[in-house]
Design a protein around this ligand. Structure first.
Ligand code: FAD
Ligand code: SF4
Length: 483
């Protein structure tokens, strides 16, 4: 145990965010550095619980108390070994995960939880800085070939596990760069892309091959893929977005978040869909919406308003969401802080009824109405209709599941009741040798779940190809967050 009294003597502390007026002038990550003595104190707060609920909160089963202890003792080398034992990409989760481990931390019952995510990211950044993240090529090759379709966290985790197990792995990606939503969904100010690039360098050196700008099912047929490869992992994400069927939806300036964010991620300043000088309305109160807010503010929007149909969540755990569940709370992400500092608004319990346009077919305004809660089916409240200026609207209302295009049709995969690609407990679909991992099989989820699924699916593929496997299997496909 790091320090038997650490949780009594030190408060939870996180690094400061850079001042709003400074950080909105660039696209770099928002956090200041965290001095080493402060991190040691945070690691010291871990109680090394007999039953560490943090393990259960994390789909990867991260060995949190072990690395807290190692960081407290300044044994960084062993800390990264223990961290990498369960997580291929802690630099992604350490920056981007909403940290269900912290929601489940025992200290959180009557105090603030251990700053697990901060400790995680410091361990991996330290390891990269020291040159300890080196390629780990397979000791021997199996001669088996695996195609991974989609290069998000699920595909990358599966590819790294399978390459290290000795298979020849090719990752196909239809975009022009590798990374899935890490690359073109999540903005630079949440995670700088250099973190993806240096991990890809390691993967290339291990022998994973990457082919970009290949839309599998179109540029290469499902039959060709099956002919050329001994096994296939589908990790194409849940990219079919939910739309908003109201009058004026087809006006110019109304875009899906995933039409707005990718070009902004490619060219920060001169994206073809640009918020500069415009009144922006972001529909949807989740993480994707927050990413649109931060992007629009950095592009120089005249104003930003976020709309959410659900009522405002509570600031602290309500009795209905007890420890160790992952609570839905009112969050103040960096983008929300930038929004309120700039006079912008987060408006809850409202529904968009219509977009109004100008003579040239551009969106000009958005009409909304206040609504009752979900129990009433979001019944409109008469007399609350109003109009707000809207010259750029982004729709971030969630995703419906995988795109059921040529690839899935030609393969003949079956779907589960929610419309995701169905799989057995080895992550294999109904098609022999074709596996599925990440959002494509689970539905819209989180990076940490995608990595866990990629690792687990890799063990299924390895067993399919060789008859046995030593690869870890962190989660069943049916595992779900504790709610
Ligand atoms: C804007 C946004 C912000 C988010 N922020 C967070 C966050 O902060 N923290 C968090 O934990 N989660 C976040 N999420 C969710 C998280 O990004 C996803 O759960 C995760 O990326 C899913 O990983 P995946 O590998 O299954 O799929 P994806 O990351 O979606 O990757 C799938 C890839 O497959 C490719 N592809 C699809 N079909 C084909 C084909 N036929 N041929 C070739 N390539 C194909 C796609 O181009 C894509 O690159 C966010 C999601 C969005 C949309
Ligand atoms: S639950 Fe919290 S206090 Fe207990 S071992 Fe995990 S991180 Fe440490």
């Amino acid at each position: 145990m790091a320090d038997p009294k650490g949780f009594l003597t030190h408060d939870r502390e996180l690094p400061a965010r850079r001042p709003v007026d400074v950080r909105i002038r660039d696209w770099r990550e928002v956090y200041e550095d965290f001095p080493a003595p402060k991190l040691t104190k945070q690691a010291a707060r871990c109680m090394d619980c007999g039953i560490p609920f943090c393990h259960n909160g994390c789909p990867l089963g991260n060995l949190v108390p072990e690395w807290n202890d190692l960081v407290y003792r300044h044994d960084w080398r062993e800390a990264i070994e223990r961290l990498h034992a369960t997580n291929n990409f802690p630099e992604f989760t350490g920056r981007l995960c909403p940290a269900p481990c912290e929601a489940a931390c025992v200290l959180g019952i009557n105090s603030d939880p251990v700053a697990i995510k901060r400790v995680e990211v410091e361990i991996i950044d330290h390891a990269f800085a020291e040159g300890w993240v080196t390629p780990q090529p397979a000791a021997r090759k199996t001669g088996k070939k695996v195609a991974v379709v989609g290069s998000g966290p699920a595909g990358l985790a599966a590819a790294q596990q399978l390459t290290r197990a000795g298979h020849d792995v090719v990752v196909f990606e239809r975009a022009d760069a590798i990374g899935g939503l890490l690359r073109y969904g999540i903005p630079e100010f949440k995670m700088e892309k250099r973190h993806i690039d240096r991990r890809l360098d390691q993967m290339r050196a291990e022998g994973t091959e990457f082919r970009t700008s290949v839309n599998v099912g179109v540029d290469i047929s499902a039959a060709q893929l099956r002919e050329e490869f001994d096994a296939v992992v589908l990790s194409g994400g849940a990219t079919a977005w939910r739309d908003l069927a109201v009058a004026g939806r087809d006006l110019k300036g109304v875009h899906q978040a995933m039409e707005y964010l990718p070009p902004a991620n490619k060219d920060f300043e001169n994206s073809p869909i640009n918020a500069r000088g415009k009144h922006v309305v972001v529909i949807g109160g989740g993480d994707t919406g927050a990413d649109c807010i931060g992007t629009a503010i950095r592009q120089g929007a005249a104003s930003v308003t976020q709309l959410e149909i659900m009522p405002q969540p509570p600031a602290a755990r309500p009795g209905s969401q007890p420890w160790p569940t992952f609570p839905i709370l009112f969050k103040m992400e960096s983008a929300h802080e930038e929004l309120s500092d700039g006079g912008g608004d987060r408006v809850y319990a409202v529904s968009t009824t219509e977009f109004a346009g100008d003579a040239d077919g551009n969106v000009r305004a958005l009409r909304l109405v206040e609504v009752e809660g979900p129990q009433s089916g979001f019944k409109p409240i008469p007399g609350t209709e109003r109009e707000i200026p809207a010259e750029l609207v982004t729709l971030s209302m969630g995703f419906l599941g995988p795109e059921k295009g040529a690839l899935l049709q030609d393969l003949g995969v079956e779907y589960d009741a929610r419309g995701n690609v169905a799989r057995d407990k080895t992550y294999m679909t109904n098609v022999d040798g074709v596996f599925v991992a990440g959002d494509m099989g689970r539905g819209q989820s989180l990076i940490v779940w995608a990595i866990a699924e990629g690792r687990a699916a890799a063990s299924g593929v390895d067993r399919f190809l060789t008859g046995e496997t030593a690869l870890p299997y962190p989660i069943m496909p049916t595992a779900r967050p504790l709610v």
